[in-house]
Ligand binder design. Structure first.
Ligand SMILES: [Zn+2]
Length: 344
C-alpha cells in the first residue's frame, strides 16, 4: 500500500535573542542548528528553510572587532553548510538591529531599543540598505555553496509585514516572490509587533498583490501561511505539569540570551484578539506530552508549516522532534520543498 502524502514545511528563524542580551553565536545558533542538521540527515530530509537575520549579519560585517569577525565567519560557514545539505537560506530582517549596541566585554549585543522594531518605522534609505545588504550577503554564500537557487522568499521580523505597501517596492526590486510571515488567525497591534491575520483566506497558500491577507488569484506574490493549532489540543493539564517537571529537572534551551519583553499592551491585545487560543507549531514548543497532538495535526492536514527558532531549542525538544520525524517518515511520503507546493 502506498503511503499518504503530506506537505510539511520546516522553517526556522536563524537569529540571536532580540532583547537586552543577544546571547552568543555558539549557543544560540551553531550548536542547536548543527543538531537540527543531524536530525534532517538521519531521516534524509532536505529543503528546510532558514530565515537568516541578515540585519544582524549586516551589523557584524561593518564593525571593527576581531570577535565579531570570528562570529561572522562561524555563521557564514554554517550557512554554506546548511545550503550544501540541501536546505534553503532566505532573508529575515529585524530593523532594530540598526540601533543595537555592541558590548565588547562579553561579545554580545544589547537590543533594548525597539523603536525601529517595525519595518514601517524606518525610513526609505534604511529600508534600501537592509534589503540590498541582506540579498548581497546571502547571494555571496549561495555562490560559495554547491547548490544554486533563487533568493526569492522572505519572512518579516516579528511577522510585521503589514502594511505590505512598505515592502512591495523592495519585493519587486529584489525579486522576492514568496512571503512566509502570515500566522493564521493571529492579531496584535502594539507599537512593536503589528499584525492582523484574523481575516486572511482559509487557504494555506494563496497569491496576493497589495495586502498579504487578501487573496488575488493573479497576484504576483505567494503567501505560505504558518500553521496554528488550538491550545485546547496541546495545553492539556498533563502538558502543563510536564513543562513544570522539565523546568525543575533543568531542561533548558541552548540559547543564552534575553528575549524582547512583551509589554502589558501586547498581553492585553493577544488575549483580546484571541491569539492565546492557538499556538504556532514549533519544535521549541514540542515535548513528549504534545507529540500525539502534533502527529494528529499532521495526519489530519495536508499542509503543515512549522516555525521554530534554533536559539529556543532544548535537548528534550530535539529528542521529541526526532520521535516525530521517525513517525512521519515511516507513515507518510513527505514533501518538504515549498517550491513544489503551489496550491493547497
Ligand atoms: Zn525573527
Amino acid at each position: 500500500m502506498s503511503k499518504g502524502a503530506r506537505n510539511v514545511l520546516f522553517t526556522f528563524d536563524y537569529e540571536l535573542f532580540l532583547g537586552s542580551k543577544s546571547g552568543s553565536v555558539i549557543d544560540c545558533l551553531i550548536k542547536p542548528t548543527d543538531r537540527l542538521l543531524e536530525l534532517f540527515k538521519k531521516y534524509t530530509l532536505q529543503n528546510a528553510i532558514f530565515f537568516v537575520d541578515t540585519s544582524y549579519l549586516y551589523r557584524l560585517k561593518y564593525i571593527e572587532s576581531s570577535a565579531c569577525r570570528a562570529d561572522l565567519k562561524l555563521i557564514e560557514d554554517q550557512l554554506i553548510h546548511i545550503i550544501n545539505n540541501g536546505h534553503y537560506v532566505f532573508p529575515h530582517i529585524h530593523p532594530h538591529w540598526l540601533d543595537a549596541i555592541y558590548i565588547d566585554k562579553v561579545n554580545q549585543w544589547d537590543l533594548s531599543n525597539h523603536s525601529k522594531y517595525r519595518f514601517h518605522n524606518i525610513n526609505e534609505k534604511e529600508r534600501e540598505v537592509l534589503f540590498a545588504e541582506s540579498i548581497s550577503i546571502l547571494n555571496k554564500l549561495i555562490a560559495k555553496s554547491n547548490r544554486k537557487y533563487d533568493l526569492n522568499s522572505y519572512r518579516a521580523g516579528g511577522w510585521s509585514i503589514q502594511p505590505f505597501s512598505d515592502f512591495k517596492p523592495y519585493f519587486i526590486k529584489y525579486n522576492m516572490k514568496n512571503d512566509f510571515s502570515v500566522v493564521k488567525g493571529f492579531k496584535n497591534l502594539s507599537q512593536a509587533q503589528y499584525m492582523d491575520f484574523i481575516n486572511c483566506p482559509l487557504k494555506n497558500i494563496y497569491n496576493f498583490d497589495d495586502e498579504v491577507n487578501v487573496e488575488v488569484s493573479t497576484g504576483q506574490f505567494t503567501e505560505y501561511t504558518i500553521s496554528t493549532i488550538s491550545r485546547k489540543l496541546t495545553n492539556k493539564l498533563s502538558s502543563l505539569i510536564w513543562e513544570k517537571i522539565l523546568w525543575r529537572i533543568g531542561s533548558r534551551s541552548y540559547g543564552d540570551g534575553i528575549s524582547m519583553v512583551m509589554t502589558d499592551q501586547d498581553h492585553k491585545n493577544l488575549k483580546e484578539f484571541g491569539s492565546f487560543e492557538k499556538e504556532f507549531l514549533a519544535i521549541e514548543l514540542l515535548h513528549a506530552f504534545k507529540l500525539n497532538a502534533y502527529k494528529k495535526f499532521i495526519s489530519d492536514n495536508h499542509y503543515t508549516h512549522f516555525i521554530s527558532h534554533p536559539k529556543m531549542l532544548s535537548e528534550h525538544n530535539l529528542s521529541t522532534f526526532d520521535r516525530l520525524l521517525r513517525y512521519l517518515t515511516s507513515n507518510f511520503t513527505l514533501q518538504t520543498d515549498f517550491s513544489h507546493i503551489s496550491s493547497i
